[in-house]
Ligand binder design. Structure first.
Ligand SMILES: *Cc1c(COP(=O)(O)O)cnc(C)c1O
Length: 379
């Protein structure tokens, strides 16, 4: 049976193969050699050899897929992207401070980075370095215009704004901008959709539920020399050094979500596209998907996307019907056609198609066929 295509922004579609494998292993997990453990993954001690083998494979596969350098730690945490908005300043704001709680600069390109700035202000001096608000968050303010402070320990960006549909097509080079700060990226909604230039990054974080697996798991990738600078009030379970020193097992990690993400990593490693594999294959596929959808929107007089072309997200594509009174009919018809969860975020309105890794090109082809037909019958 062809399942409907699910365009949810998160929690989001998972590859069917992964769900099938998890279902088959639910009651009695087999190891890599097919030996049955007698337990489901949810029932295992996080310190037992069975779960440790799942954990170690997940970490190694992710490190290989994202080409994470050896001097970066991969941490599997809880709390989601929003908790990281507090955990990052609690750990990093004092990196370059000689006294007090230190400072961080924020480039605000949409809803998520706006939240990050606000939350960080509780824990350190948080400064708005640039914002795209005046243009309704439709473009990324040019890096040369960012007001970066000498005292900032880090500069925060949201490298893909899930709600506004804005994506950095390359990460800023802070050194070239004359800054000594570390770059922190919230890559929740495009992690594993494209390669990461780790030479420009000090720390990256993301909730798993957009592109990696189920909710409950938060990924943090952090350069080792940034550990050990937490504010004294930082909760122990959220001190990156404590988490790293304990192999993400200072407290019980989200074991089942790690297992599911591990299955997604194995699925990613099996993907091939035009001779490419892994993340490069996903990137090629994601470019093709996004081009097809944006071309369809731009070629019509019926749909609009107002984001500057060089800032358009490959993962989250908000669009509007010029005649908004047709919104409900569009959504009802989409559901009947097997195209789910296309309603835009309530703060933006209209529609949004999130086309994460688990959505194949065929899913976007089905969506654009529906959009063209709806335009033909309602335009
Ligand atoms: C979804 C999302 C978050 C929030 O994650 P939670 O897990 O709900 O805390 C943060 N940042 C971005 C960019 C997101 O897309």
């Amino acid at each position: 049976m062809q399942r409907p295509y699910n365009f949810s922004a998160g929690p989001a579609a998972m590859p069917a193969e992964v769900l099938e494998q998890a279902a088959a292993e639910m009651l009695n997990w087999p190891d890599a050699n097919g030996r049955l453990s007698g337990m489901g993954v949810m029932e295992m001690s996080h310190r037992g050899k069975e779960f440790l083998s799942i954990y170690e494979a997940a970490e190694a596969d992710l490190r290989e897929l994202l080409a994470v350098p050896a001097n970066f730690k991969i941490l599997f945490m809880q709390g989601g992207g929003l908790a990281e908005n507090a955990i990052v300043p609690l750990n990093l704001s004092r990196l370059r401070a000689t006294s007090g709680n230190g400072a961080a600069d924020f480039v605000v390109t949409g809803t998520w980075s706006e939240k990050s700035l606000k939350e960080a202000g509780k824990y350190c001096s948080a400064h708005l370095a640039a914002t795209g608000k005046a243009d309704g968050f439709t473009a990324i303010p040019p890096a040369a215009s960012w007001e970066l402070r000498d005292e900032a320990s880090y500069v925060h960006i949201c490298s893909n704004e899930t709600i506004n549909g804005i994506e950095f097509q390359s990460l800023p080079d802070l050194k070239a901008l004359g800054s000594k700060a570390e770059l922190v990226i919230d890559f929740s909604s495009h992690v594993a959709s494209r390669p990461v230039d780790w030479s420009r990054v000090g720390l990256a974080f993301g909730g798993a539920q957009k592109n990696l697996g189920p909710a409950g798991l938060t990924l943090v990738v952090v350069r080792e020399d940034l550990l050990g600078h937490a504010q004294s009030v930082c909760p122990s379970a959220f001190d990156y050094k404590t988490v790293a020193d304990n192999g993400s097992m200072y407290n019980t990690p989200p074991t089942y979500s790690i297992y599911m993400a591990g299955l997604v990593f194995k699925w990613l490693k099996r993907q091939g596209e035009n001779g490419l594999t892994g993340i490069a294959a996903m990137e090629a596929r994601n470019i093709a998907k996004a081009e097809l959808l944006y071309e369809t929107i731009d070629a019509s007089g019926f749909y609009i996307n107002g984001v500057a072309r060089n800032a358009r997200s490959r993962m989250n594509v908000p669009f509007f019907l010029r005649n908004e009174s047709l919104n409900d009919a569009f959504l009802t018809g989409a559901k009947e056609a097997g195209l789910l969860q296309l309603k835009g975020h309530k703060s933006v309105g209209g529609m949004r198609a999130s086309i994460y890794n688990a959505i194949p090109l065929e899913g976007v082809q089905a969506l654009v066929a529906y959009m063209r037909e709806f335009e033909r019958t309602h335009g």
